[in-house]
Design a protein around this ligand. Structure first.
Ligand SMILES: Cc1cc2nc3c(=O)[nH]c(=O)nc-3n(C[C@H](O)[C@H](O)[C@H](O)COP(=O)(O)OP(=O)(O)OC[C@H]3O[C@@H](n4cnc5c(N)ncnc54)[C@H](O)[C@@H]3O)c2cc1C
Length: 479
C-alpha cells in the first residue's frame, strides 16, 4: 500500500523532545518544572506490552520526588513489603539483593547524618512506569505530547533545529522548528544518526535474546521478585504472576536456537518437564557503547540514545540523571541566564557519569551515600528545624543554604540575581546540619548537587558564578 505523505505548516516549540520513554518524558517534565514548554514526539501509540521490571534507585526517586512523581509512581510499585532476591548458579544459593522498600524507608527516616536518600528504591513494571509518566505529560499544560509522531530527519540551523516528523495517523509530514532538540529516542536513535554523533564501543559486540515467557514452574515457588543467575541466562521473576523475563547471551552456535526460543530456554533453564509459554522475543546485537559526544550544536542526546549497556544490565538511573541534567540546563539557556558553557557541561558531565556507571561492577542503587557533599555531589540532606527535609525546600532554582549568623550569603545571592539567575536564599542557621555538611555557605544546583561551598562569603562573587554557571552573561553586562 502506498502512503501519501502531505506536508503541513511548521510547529514551533522552544524544545523538541524526540521519544517519550523514561528519558524523554522526564526531560519534558523537568523543562516544565522550570516553566519551559516543549513538544514531545513519540513513535509508539502506547507503552510497550513487555513487562520488564525496572529498578529505580533511591537517588533517582529523590529526583522524581522533585517533580511530584514519586508518590504517584509508588501507587503502581511491585509489592514494597517484599525483598528482592538473587538466586545464584545451579546450586541455587539465595542472596538478598535488597530489603523491602518499606523497611529501607523506615531506616532512612531515622538517619540524620545525610547519608540516606529520602526515598527507597522503586520496583515497577516498565509499562506501568511509562503509562504514569505519559499521564503526567498529557496533564501538563506546558507539554504538547504527540503520540504516533515519528522524527525522521533533522538539520541544525544557526538559531535552532528543523526536524521532520511524520504523523502515523494522518500520514502528514510536519516541520517542527525548535531552539533545541533533545534526542531521547532510544538505542537506534534517529537524532544521533542525523546529528552524526557516533558511538564508542566499550566491549566486544555480543548477540543477545530477551524472552518474555510464562512458566508456573519457574515463577511459582518465588514469593519475592527474584533474579536467577546461571552461567548462560539471567531470569527475572516474581513480579507479575507467572511471567518471567530471560536474558540469554547468544553464541555463534546458538543460531539454530533462535528459531526455537522455547527449546533454547528449556535447555538452558532445565524446564523440559514444563515447557515455557513464549509471549515475546526481542533479539539484540551490538557492543555496549557510549556516544563519543552528547552534543552537536543545539542537538543533545540523553538516555539510551547516548549509552547502551551490555544486557541484561539496565541504565534507567543513568537515564533519569541525564533527563534532569538536560532539562534544567536547557531551561537556563532558554530563560537566558545559562550560556553555552552550561550546555557543554551537560555533555561532559553526563558522558563521564555514563562511563563511571559502565565501569562500576555494581548498580548505583546503594542505599547509602558517601556524604562528602563536595562540589559535584548530591547535597547531604537533613531535616530542617520545623521538620521539613532540606531537599523538599529546594525548588527548581539554585539555592544558597546559609548557616552564617548574619546571613552573609546575601552578596552572592544579589550577584546571582543581577545575572538573572533564579536563586533562593535559605537560612539553615539553627538547624541540625550533619557533620558532613560542606560549609556554612552551600550553593546548590537545581539538580540538588553542590555547586560551591565555603565557610566565608567569596571575595569575588562573580568568579564563583562564572565557574558555576558560565561566563558573565549579557544581561549582567548591560546593567
Ligand atoms: C529492548 C529494551 C529492553 C529493556 N529492558 C529493560 C529491563 O529489562 N529493565 C530495565 O530496567 N530497563 C530496560 N531497558 C531500559 C529502559 O527502557 C530504561 O528506561 C532506559 O534507561 C531509558 O530509556 P530511554 O527513554 O532512553 O529509551 P527507550 O526506553 O528506548 O525510549 C525511547 C522512546 O523513543 C521512541 N522513539 C524511538 N525512535 C523515535 C523517533 N524516531 N521518533 C519518535 N519517537 C521515537 C520509542 O518509541 C521509545 O518510546 C530496556 C530498553 C530496551 C530498548
Amino acid at each position: 500500500m502506498t502512503t501519501h505523505i502531505r506536508s503541513t505548516a511548521a510547529v514551533r516549540t522552544p524544545v523538541l523532545v524526540a521519544g517519550a520513554g523514561v528519558t524523554g518524558a522526564l526531560t519534558a517534565l523537568e523543562l516544565a518544572h522550570h516553566g519551559v514548554p516543549s513538544t514531545v514526539v513519540e513513535r509508539s501509540g502506547g507503552p510497550s506490552r513487555f513487562p520488564d521490571l525496572q529498578l529505580v534507585n533511591g537517588r533517582s526517586m529523590e529526583l522524581l520526588r522533585r517533580l511530584n512523581l514519586a508518590r504517584r509512581l509508588r501507587s503502581d510499585e511491585v509489592d514494597p513489603h517484599r525483598p528482592v532476591d538473587v538466586v545464584l548458579g545451579r546450586e541455587k544459593t539465595t542472596v538478598r539483593l535488597l530489603p523491602p522498600a518499606t523497611e529501607l524507608e523506615m531506616s532512612y527516616a531515622q538517619s540524620a547524618d545525610g547519608t540516606a536518600p529520602l526515598e527507597p528504591y522503586l520496583l515497577i513494571k516498565g509499562p506501568d512506569l511509562i503509562a504514569r509518566l505519559r499521564q503526567a505529560l498529557h496533564a501538563h499544560p506546558l507539554i504538547d505530547l504527540r503520540l504516533r509522531w515519528t522524527l525522521t530527519d533533522m538539520r541544525s540551523e544557526p538559531d535552532g533545529v528543523a526536524a521532520t516528523v511524520i504523523d502515523a495517523d494522518t500520514g502528514r509530514r510536519h516541520l517542527v522548528e525548535s531552539a533545541y532538540l533533545a534526542g531521547c529516542d532510544g538505542t537506534d536513535s534517529t537524532v544521533r544518526r542525523c546529528a552524526g554523533l557516533g558511538l564508542e564501543p566499550f566491549g566486544p559486540p555480543e548477540a543477545h535474546f530477551t524472552v518474555y515467557f510464562r512458566s508456573a514452574a519457574l515463577a511459582g515457588g518465588r514469593a519475592n521478585p527474584t533474579v536467577l543467575i546461571t552461567e548462560d541466562a539471567t531470569v527475572i521473576t516474581g513480579h507479575d504472576t507467572d511471567m518471567c523475563v530471560a536474558h540469554l547471551p547468544l553464541s555463534a552456535d546458538d543460531q539454530a536456537g533462535i528459531g526455537d526460543p522455547a527449546g533454547l530456554l528449556s535447555s538452558r533453564l532445565g524446564l523440559s518437564a514444563d515447557p515455557p509459554q513464549i509471549v515475546a522475543v526481542v533479539q539484540r546485537a551490538g557492543a555496549p557503547s557510549i556516544a563519543r559526544s552528547y552534543r552537536r550544536d543545539r542537538v543533545f542526546l540523553a538516555g539510551r540514545a547516548a549509552h547502551q549497556p551490555e544486557a541484561p544490565r539496565d541504565d534507567v538511573d543513568t537515564s533519569v540523571g541525564d533527563a534532569i541534567a538536560l532539562g534544567w540546563r536547557l531551561a537556563a539557556a532558554i530563560h537566558g541566564w545559562g550560556d553555552d558553557r552550561l550546555l557543554d557541561g551537560y555533555a561532559t558531565e553526563r558522558r563521564r557519569q555514563a562511563v563511571l556507571d559502565h565501569e562500576s561492577d555494581t548498580r548505583t542503587d546503594a542505599d547509602r551515600y558517601d556524604p562528602a557533599g563536595t562540589a559535584g555531589h548530591r547535597v547531604p540532606s537533613f531535616r530542617l528545624t520545623g521538620g521539613e527535609e532540606l531537599l523538599d525546600r529546594l525548588g527548581p532554582q539554585f539555592t544558597l543554604a546559609d548557616d552564617t549568623p548574619g546571613q552573609y550569603g546575601w552578596q552572592l545571592v544579589t550577584a546571582a540575581r543581577a545575572r538573572g539567575v533564579p536563586i533562593r536564599h535559605l537560612s539553615v542557621a539553627g538547624s541540625p546540619v550533619p557533620a558532613a555538611w560542606p560549609g556554612r555557605l552551600v550553593l546548590i544546583r537545581p539538580d540538588q548537587q553542590v555547586a560551591w561551598s565555603a565557610d566565608e562569603p567569596p571575595a569575588d562573587c562573580d568568579e564563583v558564578l562564572d565557574k558555576v554557571i558560565g561566563v558573565r552573561h549579557r544581561l549582567y553586562e548591560n546593567t
